[in-house]
Write a protein that binds this ligand. Structure first.
Ligand SMILES: Cc1cc2nc3c(=O)[nH]c(=O)nc-3n(C[C@H](O)[C@H](O)[C@H](O)COP(=O)(O)O)c2cc1C
Length: 170
């Protein structure tokens, strides 16, 4: 991979299905592995609304958001994207694809012309529909096939992430 890269990710700390109550979300851990290995900058998508609630409640909230195609607002200022050639995009799978707030980011930020590297953490769905959804959002980007790792494996999974990155030329 050539040029400067950015990791854009969403991750939900708090009560997690398989690893208990966590202070650092699974996807954030993978995002940090990527930055450590590649020197990529980061932008964390943080929703303006709070998802700080018990897991079972969050499941329903996310399902409803996805059913309605809601696009929740996110906080913060996105860095100037013109400086990046490669953008890693990562999130948990929520109901088969990325959380809806990530689609708000996709609506607002044009990544056409760049190389996009999808990744997910999940509990069975793998990449789900994320790759297709990114290709739809950015038809003129080179969206790679992506990398998925189970959420309960990330804390012992740094070498797997590194191996995948080696395969990309890092
Ligand atoms: C609202 C919600 C919906 C989820 N839906 C799925 C799903 O459809 N498929 C799946 O494999 N995992 C699903 N999961 C599990 C998460 O993808 C998994 O725990 C992930 O590692 C969480 O990452 P995070 O800690 O970065 O937020 C869901 C979790 C939540 C909270």
């Amino acid at each position: 991979m050539k040029g400067k890269s950015l990791v854009v990710f969403f991750s939900h700390a708090g009560e997690n299905y398989s690893v208990g109550n966590i202070t650092e979300g699974n996807t954030k851990i993978v995002a940090d592995y990527i930055s450590e290995a590649t020197g990529a900058d980061q932008f964390e998508i943080v929703a303006e609304k709070s998802y700080d609630m018990p897991y079972m409640q969050l499941i329903d909230v996310a399902k409803e958001e996805s059913r309605r195609g809601e696009l929740p607002a996110y906080k913060g200022t996105v860095p100037d994207l013109a400086q990046y050639d490669t953008v890693f995009i990562g999130g948990p799978i929520w109901w088969g694809t990325y959380p809806q707030v990530m689609f708000t980011f996709f609506r607002d930020n044009d990544l056409n012309g760049k190389t996009i590297v999808p990744f997910t953490t999940h509990e069975g769905s793998g990449l789900g529909n994320t790759v297709e959804d990114l290709r739809k959002a950015y038809p003129k980007a080179d969206v790679l096939n992506g990398f998925a790792i189970a959420g309960h494996d990330v804390r012992t999974g740094q070498s797997r992430v590194q191996k995948w990155l080696n395969g990309l030329g890092y």
